[in-house]
Design a protein around this ligand. Structure first.
Ligand code: ATP
Ligand code: MG
Length: 390
C-alpha cells in the first residue's frame, strides 16, 4: 500500500529565519485542503512534509488536492519501508508492478549523509535489481519511468508518479490584498497569481444593478467559488456602481469616463481594503490591452490610490493569460456572456491618454466623498468556503 504522500516545496526552503513560519502555514493549508476527505496526519520532516494516509479510503483524491496547494512544488504517493537495501528493492518491485517500460532511472537521495551507501551506489544497486527483473534498460536522460528513492534515517520512501504543484508560497504568509474582480478573463488570473505569492485575497466586484441584470454578480460568485479552492475561505464584496456611473455620465465628457469609473472603483476598493486589513489592491490590467490600460491612464488611476496597486499581469500577453485561466478553470466561467458594469454608459471611443488636469476638471463636478460613501454603504459581503460542507 502506498500509505504516505510525500510533499516537496522549493521556494520555502530558500527562506532562512522564517522557514518554520512558512512551513506552519503550509501544513495548515494541507490540512484544510483535504479536511473533507477523511482524517490525515501531516508531519514535518527535514526538507519535506509527509501526509500520512494509513487506512485512508481516498489517497488519490488527497494527492490531487495536495497537488494544488500553493507552496507545494510536487507531491507523490509513496511506499514507506525501512532504510535497508532489501526493503528498498521490495518497494521498487511494488512500484513497477503492472507497468510496462523499456527504460528507467533510479533517483536516490539521502536526506542524511551518514547512510552507508552513497546515492550513486544506491542507484546502481537498485538499478541492477530492476534490470534483472524486467530487462528494461537504464536511461538517465529520458527514462520512460523514473523511480525516486528518498532515504531518511528511520524510513525510506519509494515512488514513481509525482504531480507538480503550483509552487510559490503558502497562502496566508504574505498578508491580505483586495482584488478588483470583473467577470473577465484577466482579473481571476491576477488574483490567483497573488495567492501563489502567499497572499490571502478578498474580492471586490462592481455591478450596475438595477441598470443592468445581475448576471455579472453570478459570474463573480462562480469565479470566487473556483478561486477559493486555493485559499479555502474567501470574502466577496459586491459594490453597486450603477448610480455612481449615472452621475459620472451627467458631468464627465465621454472620453474620460472609463478612467473616472476606474478611479471610483479604486477609491471604493481602498475603503473596503482598509476594513479587511488588505494592504494593497490587485487588478488584472495588462499594459496596452485596452484604452484604460495605457501607461498614461494607469498613471491617472494610480493617482487616487494610497495603497499600492499590484498588477501581476502587466507584462503578460492575452494568450498567456488565457492559457493560465484555462489551467485554473476560470476561463469557462469568464467567457459566459454577461452584462459587466463596464458596458454601461461606456463611450465608443474612450481616450487612451487622459491628462491630469483634464481628469481633475472632470471630477471637480462630482461629489467624490459622497459617491464613495454611497458605494461602500450599498456593498454586500458574501463568504465562500472550500471544501464546502466541512
Ligand atoms: P478582465 O478580464 O479582468 O475583466 P479586462 O481586460 O476586461 O479585464 P478592463 O475591463 O479594462 O480589462 O478592467 C481592468 C481591470 O479593472 C480588471 O482586470 C479588474 O481588475 C478591474 N475591473 C474592471 N471591471 C471591474 C468590475 N466590474 N469589478 C471589479 N473590478 C473591475
Ligand atoms: Mg473587464
Amino acid at each position: 500500500m502506498r500509505s504516505v504522500l510525500i510533499v516537496h516545496y522549493h521556494e520555502i526552503s530558500l527562506k532562512r529565519g522564517n522557514r518554520p513560519l512558512f512551513l506552519r502555514h503550509l501544513v495548515r493549508n494541507l490540512e484544510r485542503a483535504t479536511r473533507d476527505l477523511g482524517p490525515v496526519r501531516v508531519r514535518q520532516l527535514p526538507g519535506r512534509i509527509l501526509v500520512e494516509l494509513e487506512g485512508h479510503d481516498r489517497p488519490d483524491a488527497v494527492a490531487a488536492r495536495v497537488g494544488r496547494v500553493c507552496g507545494v512544488a510536487s507531491a507523490a504517493l509513496a511506499y514507506r519501508v525501512p532504510s535497508s537495501v532489501d526493503a528498498m528493492k521490495a518497494a521498487s518491485a511494488m512500484v513497477i508492478e503492472g507497468r510496462r517500460f523499456a527504460s528507467f532511472r533510479i533517483s536516490a537521495r539521502r536526506a542524511f549523509k551518514t547512510y552507508p551507501l552513497t546515492s550513486v551506489e544506491l542507484n546502481r544497486e537498485l538499478g541492477a535489481f530492476i534490470v534483472q527483473r524486467t530487462g528494461a534498460r537504464v536511461d538517465l536522460r529520458e527514462p520512460e519511468l523514473a523511480i525516486h528513492v528518498e532515504v531518511l534515517p528511520a524510513e525510506t520512501f519509494v515512488y514513481a508518479d509525482r504531480v507538480s504543484g503550483p509552487g510559490g508560497l503558502p497562502v496566508g504568509t504574505a498578508g491580505t490584498v483586495a482584488a478588483l474582480l470583473s467577470g473577465g478573463i484577466d482579473s481571476p488570473v491576477a488574483s490567483w497569481r497573488m495567492m501563489k505569492r502567499g497572499c490571502r485575497v478578498v474580492f471586490v466586484h462592481f455591478h450596475s444593478v438595477p441598470y443592468l441584470p445581475a448576471t455579472s454578480q453570478a459570474k463573480a460568485r462562480s469565479l470566487v467559488e473556483r478561486l477559493t479552492e486555493w485559499q479555502y475561505r474567501s470574502q466577496l464584496f459586491l459594490v453597486p456602481l450603477g448610480e455612481i456611473q449615472r452621475e459620472v455620465v451627467l458631468s464627465v465628457p465621454p472620453p474620460a469616463r472609463v478612467v473616472v469609473y476606474r478611479r471610483m472603483m479604486v477609491r471604493i476598493a481602498e475603503m473596503l481594503a482598509r476594513q479587511t486589513g488588505a494592504l494593497a489592491l490587485v487588478t488584472g490590467e495588462s499594459l496596452g490591452q485596452v484604452a484604460s490600460q495605457t501607461l498614461t491612464n494607469i498613471a491617472r488611476i494610480d493617482e487616487v490610490a494610497e495603497a499600492p496597486i499590484l498588477r501581476p499581469l502587466i507584462g503578460m500577453d492575452k494568450i498567456e493569460i488565457t492559457e493560465e485561466a484555462q489551467r485554473l478553470g476560470t476561463f469557462e466561467i469568464s467567457i459566459e456572456p454577461d452584462a459587466d458594469c463596464c458596458t454601461l454608459f461606456v463611450p465608443r471611443h474612450p481616450a487612451t491618454r487622459v491628462g491630469s488636469e483634464e481628469i481633475r476638471a472632470a471630477e471637480s463636478r462630482l461629489d467624490i466623498p459622497r459617491l464613495v460613501a454611497m458605494g461602500c454603504e450599498g456593498t454586500r459581503v458574501e463568504t465562500f468556503e472550500f471544501p464546502g460542507g466541512a
